[in-house]
Design a protein around this ligand. Structure first.
Ligand code: MN
Length: 456
């Protein structure tokens, strides 16, 4: 059975690649500590955030600087202690509690690489750490007892930025996790597409996505964007309508899954029956693939973004949405009416991963190009970077109205735009692992792998 075989291959890959991953995290952390003048690092998984005036808590999200060490996403107030030369120590918070189920002692492919201790409270956690932390740095939430722990620095920016910078290039283990996050996400997308084809509401499409991934909403890296019809023009549409629309013309769904703390970020757009909108989606898909083909180590992401605008100009011209050539559409700012977001971003432990603007590990910022305030990545790509490629065009009333009133207005074919308003927009987004000669499309590979294979 393919599902069983795939699970065995995944298990073997995780088993084999975690040790080298952790070794790499230890080495780069040791370098960052030495550069910043610390002898050790204490990282916190994060605290539960209470709901105002209640004894409940908001959904927990473990901090990425903790998750890079160990795939523990659901245990607040845990710690990793690292001192160069020694195996990292993992303190799992395990209180006596009959209101909630305490965390199980950790198990799995990664545990043997740690010195694991269980700690019932902050006092027990402190007792499991060296007597003096006077030369150590701390990264995480602050809590009442923390000042008495005597750390040299709490959340020191220079150290944290150095650790952020090196997170962009993924280890082999991380790529395995990101591939699996794409497999889960692709399963969710196939289920969501089926629900859309059956006329489901936004709410029911999200339920289908969750079921397809096998994840609850708080386990996702971000809340899905499920935009039927004209809502596709709201870039981060956050509502889930309980009722189906009278006519389902289109679906823009931006939804990803998470595996071992790593995120996928996938967008697909579907037309229910309109041939012209279907053709526009296909045209966008070809443009997206052309952009993916331009990705390799050494490429400046700002150039990819600029190329995306040139290709958007061509698409708008070919689709008869503008009355000018591609170059004029870019120069006049018309492409920015239709594509008002960045072409992609770093992806990893966070869906919009850190370090996108850093010039070097020591700091310094690579500015966004003028006119592109929403670009989230300005670095030159390196082998192992994982980025999203997410071109789109949208029919956004606010931006179109602004353009109608100025010099851009005469360049836009308003009758043609009017015909597409009810579809909202198109976005197609894949996750790419950069290599020296090109890239691995984690998302397309995942859709191919899960099509026809049984659900797990
Ligand atoms: Mn994205």
């Amino acid at each position: 059975m393919p599902g069983v075989n795939a699970a065995a291959i995944l298990a073997a890959s995780l088993e084999e690649s975690f040790g080298p991953h952790l070794k790499s995290v230890c080495e780069r952390t040791a370098r960052a500590l030495a550069a910043c003048g610390y002898s050790g690092l204490l990282v916190h998984s994060g605290s539960l955030v209470p709901v105002f005036e209640d004894d409940r808590f908001h959904a927990f999200e473990a901090h990425a600087p903790f998750k890079v060490w160990a795939p523990v996403s659901d245990v607040p107030d845990s710690f990793v202690w690292f001192e160069p030369g020694l195996p990292p120590r993992l303190l799992i918070h395990r209180p006596e509690d009959y209101w909630h189920k305490p965390a199980d002692p950790p198990a799995g492919y990664w545990v043997r690489h740690f010195d694991v201790r269980l700690a019932g409270d902050f006092g027990a956690a402190r007792a499991a750490l060296p007597a003096s932390l006077a030369q150590a740095a701390y990264v995480g939430d602050t809590f009442a007892q923390l000042p008495a722990w005597g750390l040299k620095a709490v959340n020191p920016t220079a150290l944290m930025r150095r650790l952020d910078y090196v997170r962009a290039a993924k280890t082999s283990y991380e790529l395995t996790c990101l591939r699996e996050a794409n497999h889960l996400g692709a399963r969710g997308h196939l289920a969501a597409h089926e629900a859309f084809a059956a006329g489901a509401s936004g709410f029911d499409i999200e339920l289908a996505f969750l079921k397809g991934c096998g994840l609850r909403e708080q386990e996702l890296p971000y809340n899905p964007i499920v935009a039927l019809n004209a809502w596709g023009a709201v870039l981060h549409y956050q509502v889930l309508e309980k009722a189906s629309p009278a006519h389902s013309h289109s679906l823009l769904i931006d939804a990803g899954a998470e595996f071992a703390g790593y995120a996928s970020d996938i967008t697909r757009t579907y037309s229910a029956e309109d041939a012209a909108f279907g053709a526009l989606i296909e045209r966008m898909d070809r443009m997206q693939q052309a952009l993916c083909a331009s990705v390799r180590a050494g490429v400046d992401w700002r150039d990819v973004h600029a190329q995306a605008h040139r290709l958007t100009g061509e698409l708008l011209h070919d689709a008869d949405l503008v009355r000018c050539g591609a170059d004029e559409a870019v120069a006049a700012g018309v492409t920015r009416v239709f594509l008002p977001h960045g072409i992609g971003h770093l992806l990893g432990l966070e869906v919009h991963d850190v370090g996108g603007f850093m010039a070097a590990a020591e700091g310094g910022e690579l500015p966004r190009p003028p006119g592109d305030p929403y670009l989230r990545l300005t670095r030159r790509l390196e082998d192992g970077f994982v980025v999203t490629m997410e071109p789109g065009i949208y029919f956004i009333p606010q931006l179109l109205e602004a353009a109608r009133g100025d010099a851009r207005g005469r360049l836009i074919n308003w009758a043609r735009v009017e015909g597409f308003m009810k579809f909202g927009g198109i976005r197609i987004e894949d996750d790419l692992a950069v290599t020296a000669t090109g890239c691995e499309n984690l998302t397309r590979d995942a859709f191919k792998a899960v099509a026809g294979s049984p659900a797990v």
